[in-house]
Each structure stands twice: as C-alpha cells, then as structure tokens.
Design a protein around this ligand. Structure first.
Ligand code: GNR
Ligand code: NI
Length: 171
C-alpha cells in the first residue's frame, strides 16, 4: 500500500470532471487500498479519486468512530433526495477551513462496490453530507464554491500564501 499526494485548493486539477470506471479490476482495487490508507492517515472521513489526481468516478468513505467501516462507491448516482441540512464541512484539499454548507438531508445512492457489484444505499446525516461532498469532487467542485465570493477569495489567498511558504522552506 502507498500514501498518495492530496491536491490542495486552488489547484486547477481539482476542477477536472471524473470519467466512469469501465471495469473494476486489480488496478482499481489497488487504488482503492491506497486511497483508503491515505484517507485514514490524513485523517479524513472521505476521499475522492479527484483529490489524488485520478480523474475516475471512485470514492472511499469511513464515517465510523472506530475507522473500521470502509465504504467504496464506484460510478455513484444520487437517485433520490429530500430535505435540507446545514453541516460544518472541512476538506483535505482545503486544510484548516471549516464552513457551513447546505445540502440534501436524505439521499439514495446507486453505485458499484469494490467487486463491481451494484448496490443501493439510503443515507442521512454525516454519511449523506460526505457522499454529496465527495460526489462534488468527481464533478470538479470543491465545497468552498458554495461560500460567498469574498470568503472564497480570502481562502484562496491564504492557501496560495501557505503554499509559497512551504516552497520557500524547501530551498
Ligand atoms: O475529512 C473530511 N471531513 C468532512 C467533514 C464534514 C463534511 C465533509 C467532510 S469530507 C472530508 C474529507 C474530504 O475532503 N473529502 O473530500
Ligand atoms: Ni473534500
């Protein structure tokens, strides 16, 4: 297994639209293992392939306290949604930023599992938020795009300043 590099906002590659996966093969299962390790190491409760610069429709999620319930979603589709909820979101691609976002309260998702087998799942609460957050990544969308232009500009400036400081320290 390997730890993968996570792209940081405002990296333009985070705006790439992910393509469907045609075959769930050994290469995909290896990426799933590496993404899971990267998510647990971070630590985070979800990771989209987009964030590790792989532009295919693959998401890993684990919202369990014990971090022992990995959920894999390949080519996910939301087939039903209802209600609204506000949740204070964070993102591994936007470290240090936590802001409230409004999303659907309950969703029904169809996807393939890590064996390529179709399944259907009803989600609410944090799992629902997380699935919607990760599916946005696959569409090239980062949660800060729901915030006001002023907040987004401030976040962008702060992230670029931080990245420059890291680059300078590496010389
Ligand atoms: O680790 C994460 N926590 C989180 C908290 C609230 C709403 C969404 C998330 S997802 C995030 C990991 C991540 O960036 N996934 O793309
Ligand atoms: Ni994220």
């Amino acid at each position: 297994m390997a730890l993968l590099n996570i792209l940081n906002y405002p990296d333009p590659r985070l705006h790439t639209v992910a393509k469907p996966i045609k075959e769930v093969n050994a290469e995909i299962r290896r990426l799933i293992d590496d993404m899971a390790q990267t998510m647990y190491d971070a630590p985070g409760i979800g990771l989209a392939a987009t964030q590790v610069n792989q532009h295919i429709q693959l998401i890993v999620i684990d919202t369990s306290k014990e971090q022992n319930n990995l959920q894999v979603f390949i080519n996910p589709k939301i087939v039903a949604k209802s209600g609204l909820q506000d949740y204070e979101e964070g993102c591994l691609s936007v470290p240090g930023v936590y802001e409230s976002v409004t999303r659907a309260e309950k969703i029904t998702v169809e996807a393939l599992d890590n064996q390529g087998k179709p399944f259907k799942l009803d989600a609410e609460g944090l799992l629902s938020v997380c699935i919607q957050h990760e599916m946005d990544h696959l569409l090239g969308k980062v949660f800060v795009e729901y915030l006001s232009p002023l907040k987004r500009t401030r976040i962008k400036t702060r992230m670029l300043k931080h990245a420059r400081e890291i680059t300078r320290n590496n010389y």
